[in-house]
Design a protein around this ligand. Sequence first.
Ligand code: HEM
Length: 182
Amino acid sequence: MYGLIHRAIRDCVKTEYGDSAWGRIAETASLDDSMFVSMQAYPDELTLSMLGTACEELDADLSQLLHQFGRYWVLHTARKGYGPLFSFSGDNMRSFLSNLNAMHEHLAVSFANLRQPSFKVEDMSAEVIHLHYESPRDGLTDFVVGLISGLSEHFDEPVECTVIEEKAKGAPHDVFRLQFSS
Ligand code: HEM
C-alpha cells in the first residue's frame, strides 16, 4: 500500500497508544523512514507485517486495530489532509458513499499504482442501504466498518452497521447493511 497509509497507521498508533508504543513496534518490525514515503507504493506484505507487529506489541486483535485505523483515517487523515476532496465528495453519508469510486478514481491520477476498492450503494428503504465492497485485497472488512463509523461521526448521522455477507466466509464480496436512525 502507499506510504501515506503507513504514515496514517503510525499516527493512529501514536495518538491512541502513545509514542513509546510506536517506538517498540518500529524496533520489533525493523521499520525505518524509507517505509513512510507518502507517494511510494509498497508491497502489501509490509503493511500487513506492520499491523501484525502492532497487534503483538499492543496486545490488540487485528479486527480491533483495523476498526480504530478506519475511524482515524476518516476523522484525521482524510478530513485534515484531503479536506477539499473530502468535502466535494458529498455532504451526507449516502451521497458520499455513492461518490467513493469517483473519489478514488480521481486519486488514481496522482497515485499511478493505486489498487482501489470498488463500492456500490443499494437503496433498500428510506432508512436502510446495502453497501457492496469489492477489492483485490482480502482481510480489510473491519477497516471498512471503522471507516463507516468515522463517516457516521463526521456527518453526524448515527448508523448501525452489520456485515451481512463476507468474502472471508465464501461470499463473492463483502456487503454491509447500514441502518440509519429515522
Ligand atoms: C480523501 C479521503 C481518502 C483518500 C485520500 C483515500 C486514499 C486511499 C489510498 C491511497 C488507498 C491505498 C490504495 C493502495 O495503496 O493501492 C486507499 C485504499 C482504500 N480506501 Fe480510500 N481514501 C480516502 C477515503 C476513503 C473512504 C472514506 C473510504 C470509505 C469506505 C475508503 C475506502 C478505502 C478502502 C476500503 C481501501 C483499501 C483498499 C482495498 O480495499 O483494496 N477510502 N484509499
